[in-house]
Write a protein that binds this ligand. Structure first.
Ligand code: MLT
Length: 406
């Protein structure tokens, strides 16, 4: 008898963004004459930087000739891209990361979801609350939690991110084995200071824990004192894996390219306490289950690090940050407490009410799609997340509509 993975029955009925899409679709079907503006899922709207398009065109032309055609590439990514990443994203910032520690993939979502395969079933897992749902759901699927009771899974350790702690939880007093951190944070837009990250690294070293550091939004950091990478913190190479993406940095949500850094020095432990390096394990997993990102896409990603690429991607993230400023100002003017949006494309609004009701109200009365904070966890109740990823015209229109109904 084929048995089902019964852990799936513990999951909430649908993935947050699928639930939102369902509600928006049914609203649109009932109101076809009322155009909806989407500030919900963080999906980019602006075209790819010209340097990326040019690089992709050149690569496609190479694929048309026998002499330059390429079949399977290295699963871990082409050296030209891994070297450009190591040099520009890490060495330039004084973070010690080698090209062969970088695994190019098709998304940080997939990587943050898949990485937990490397760890034992019975480990304690800490997640921030509110949280990007993928970290939680994949551990539920893997059987590391009990049932969901009142919006929280038993067996998971929740790190409350609140207005009081600036949405940056401190390490817990008890030991945990695996910790998910995301800065700039999705959904709150909060950033962690060097000292706050150093406290986490120290905690992980002391407890032989591992930090999974999601830095998918680092390109939005403008405050020079804020670290972009966990490897800017001394000692992190032994206790942290970092996830990055070209999705929000360079508009690749539909193009697909990301990467994960697994330092040679990062380890997990056997039952007996022997250290096992994770780099060969992730390499084994990656090469077994993944066949690499397409050559034209990797060439487009490489172009991000050219002189023009840096200018163009900076202009792109500046553009979305200006949208975030407009959103933040709009809600503040309407009397709401707002966080995020300065070094992040997400604005986190305290609505002092029910998140889903507020979401429905904005959809029905202003035709603006947002993301209810409650969808990110218990501590997200009472908040909504507004994404700055849209055209200027739509952001201005959405804010005018929202201000009218509020
Ligand atoms: C979000 O809106 O939280 C993100 O777009 C989700 C993702 O990157 O997968």
């Amino acid at each position: 008898m084929i048995r089902v993975n019964e852990n799936y029955a513990k999951l909430q009925a649908s993935y947050l963004f699928s639930e939102i899409a369902k509600r928006v679709k049914s609203y649109q079907q009932a109101n076809p004459d009322k155009p909806v503006i989407r500030l919900g899922i963080g999906d980019v709207t602006e075209p790819l930087p010209p340097v990326c398009i040019e690089a992709m065109h050149r690569a496609v032309d190479e694929m048309s000739k026998r002499e330059t055609f390429r079949g399977y590439g290295p699963e871990q990514g082409y050296d030209f891209l891994r070297e450009a990443i190591a040099k520009n994203d890490f060495l330039r910032r004084g973070a010690d990361v080698a090209a062969d520690e970088i695994f190019v993939s098709d998304g940080a979502k997939c990587d943050t979801a898949n990485i937990q395969e490397l760890f034992a079933d019975k480990i304690s897992v800490a997640v921030p609350d509110p949280v990007y749902p993928v970290y939680v759901d994949t551990n539920v699927m893997a059987g590391r939690t009990g049932k969901n009771v009142g919006g929280r899974y038993s067996g998971l350790h929740y790190l409350d991110s609140t207005q009081e702690n600036g949405f940056v939880p401190a390490p817990p007093s008890e030991p945990v084995d695996l910790v998910y951190l995301c800065f700039p944070n999705n959904p709150t837009g909060a950033t962690a200071t060097r000292d706050q990250l150093a406290a986490w690294v120290e905690y992980a070293r002391k407890n032989r824990a591992l930090i999974l550091f999601d830095a998918a939004y680092e390109a939005f950091i403008r405050d020079k004192s804020i670290p972009h990478s966990i490897y800017e913190i001394e000692g992190a190479r032994e206790v942290a894996i970092e996830f990055r993406s070209f999705s929000k940095t360079a508009g690749f949500t539909g193009t697909r390219c990301a990467y994960t850094v697994v330092p040679h020095s990062v380890a997990a432990y056997t039952r007996k306490g022997d250290a096992v390096p994770l780099h060969p394990m992730w390499n084994r997993r990656h090469t077994t289950k993944f066949n690499g990102v397409s050559y034209p896409v990797q060439r487009a990603a490489e172009a991000v690090f050219s002189r023009d690429g840096k200018k163009q991607t900076k202009a792109l993230t500046d553009f979305y940050l200006k949208n975030a400023k407009i959103i933040k100002k709009g809600f503040a003017k309407a009397g709401f407490e707002v966080a995020g949006g300065d070094n992040s494309p997400y604005v986190w609004v305290n609505i002092h009410g029910d998140s889903w009701e507020f979401f429905d109200r904005l959809l029905n009365e202003a035709q603006v799609v947002t993301t209810p904070g409650a969808g990110f966890g218990k501590m997200g109740q009472g908040f909504i997340r507004i994404s700055a990823f849209n055209s200027r015209e739509n952001v201005e229109k959405a804010m005018a509509r929202i201000q009218k109904i509020l």
